[in-house]
Design a protein around this ligand. Structure first.
Ligand code: SF4
Length: 195
């Protein structure tokens, strides 16, 4: 099947790509992630993917522009429910591109992360598929979490320490009690497993 795979980052691509290719699917990637902040972090994740994709022969479309302002406007005042919009926006764009490119279906590397709201991603994917009459290729890629993590580490890939948006960066690093500890802030850089 010719599938358009939405890609959030390179480490999350490793296992889904291997699995889908070994099952005989023809995979094309789409990098569309206005939820990654700030811009230098976005660029770092994009560059990591470009390097990885070049090495494994994966064709990727990099969506033009960086719609940070639109993302923030759409989650303002409903920050606690921001992931719903974030998933929907990225998968909706994937559907549009999949229809334009006459793909048989679409999927997403978001289904690999054990830190994402997996049932919500599945629901949104299925709902968009039914609305736009295109197949959502669902698979629970979380089963390959350890395998993908090991390979990405062996490749020396950049592995980010927070999900993407400024809110998730705050959730990850801002002290729960609001008290800023200089020592803990200093030592909080080397965190893994938050993809
Ligand atoms: S926490 Fe992650 S999934 Fe949720 S809105 Fe932020 S970037 Fe998107």
């Amino acid at each position: 099947m010719k599938l358009l795979m939405h890609i959030c980052c390179a480490p999350c691509t490793v296992y889904p790509l291997q699995t889908l290719r070994s099952d005989g699917h023809d995979i094309h990637g789409l990098f569309y992630n206005p939820n990654i902040h700030p811009y230098r972090e976005y660029k770092k994740r994009l560059d990591t993917l470009a390097h990885y994709a070049g090495g494994c022969g994966l064709r990727v479309t990099y969506e033009q522009g960086y719609e940070l302002e639109r993302f923030l406007r759409n989650v303002a005042f409903r920050e606690k429910d921001r992931c719903r919009y974030c998933y929907y926006d990225r998968l909706q764009r994937t559907v549009y591109r999949a229809k334009e490119g006459r793909f048989d279906g679409f999927t997403t590397t978001l289904l690999y992360s054990k830190f994402q709201n997996h049932p919500m991603i599945k629901d949104i994917g299925e709902s968009l598929a039914s609305e736009h009459r295109i197949r959502f290729y669902y698979q629970d890629f979380r089963v390959g979490w350890f395998q993908g993590k090991t390979i990405s580490k062996e490749m020396g890939m950049y592995r980010q320490a927070y999900c993407g948006c400024v809110y998730s960066e705050k959730d990850r690093f801002y002290p729960a009690n609001g008290a800023l500890n200089v020592e803990s802030a200093r030592s909080s850089g080397a965190v893994e497993d938050v993809l």
